[in-house]
Ligand binder design. Sequence first.
Ligand SMILES: Nc1ncnc2c1ncn2[C@@H]1O[C@H](COP(=O)(O)OP(=O)(O)OP(=O)(O)O)[C@@H](O)[C@H]1O
Length: 249
Amino acid sequence: MTQDVALRPPALLVEGVSHAFGLTRALDGVSLQVMAGQFVALLGINGAGKSTLINVATRLYDSGAGRVAIAGHDLRRAPSAALARLGVVFQSRALDADLTVAQNLHYHAALHGIGRAEARGRIAEVLALVDLQDKARARVATLSGGQVRRAEIARALIHRPEVMILDEPTTGLDVRSRAEVLALTQRLTRTGAVGVLWATHLLAEVTEADAIIVLHQGRVLWSGPPQDLAREGDLTAAFLSLTGAQAAA
Ligand SMILES: Nc1ncnc2c1ncn2[C@@H]1O[C@H](COP(=O)(O)OP(=O)(O)OP(=O)(O)O)[C@@H](O)[C@H]1O
């Protein structure tokens, strides 16, 4: 690390962001931040506003109200600089199933302007990070659901982003693959190079987070470390009492 983490701007800064679909207020003055090296869980039930927030933070939507900055670069004023430092794993699939893992990664490296020789080194690097070194030549269609997710995380890391946003990345995975994807993503933050915002409705995925942000009906209801949310030891009860909602454990 060339710069002390404490001196760096937040990897992701969201300030007063609001967004509406017609009369539906999907986000209402949402503020949060993710520092380099942090694993932050964005916890909310279906419809809480998680995907809308991610779509604003990745500039798919321009909310107009509020501000997003990535590693100090304002998303509206300097979108190229901001997006160059952001890696995203969307809910929908981002890899071509007919191509090999390496072919997919070469394609995405090229999209980021990374030359072929440099890309070869980067691909080896990111596949090692997600523990898929032996799958570089496998067609994506032949991978398990968990391996596909890991390959998508590798894709999101190819340009060495300073923040990664993952939208419910364990959807559709079995218990073991869920745990693997969660553990490897948490491991990524430990180098201090990248901060992670992990959107989920699953309480089981937030217990090891550095911070939890509870989003409900478009607002941040609570934020802090997991142990503060569940002082008495029961995270589910604490979450239900905050939101009055039904949650999956
Ligand atoms: N394209 C859209 N058009 C109209 N309303 C939308 C649209 N996208 C989201 N909404 C509404 O905005 C609110 C927030 O939805 P959003 O998808 O952001 O929540 P979420 O927390 O990501 O939920 P899920 O876990 O189901 O993905 C909901 O009331 C939803 O119905």
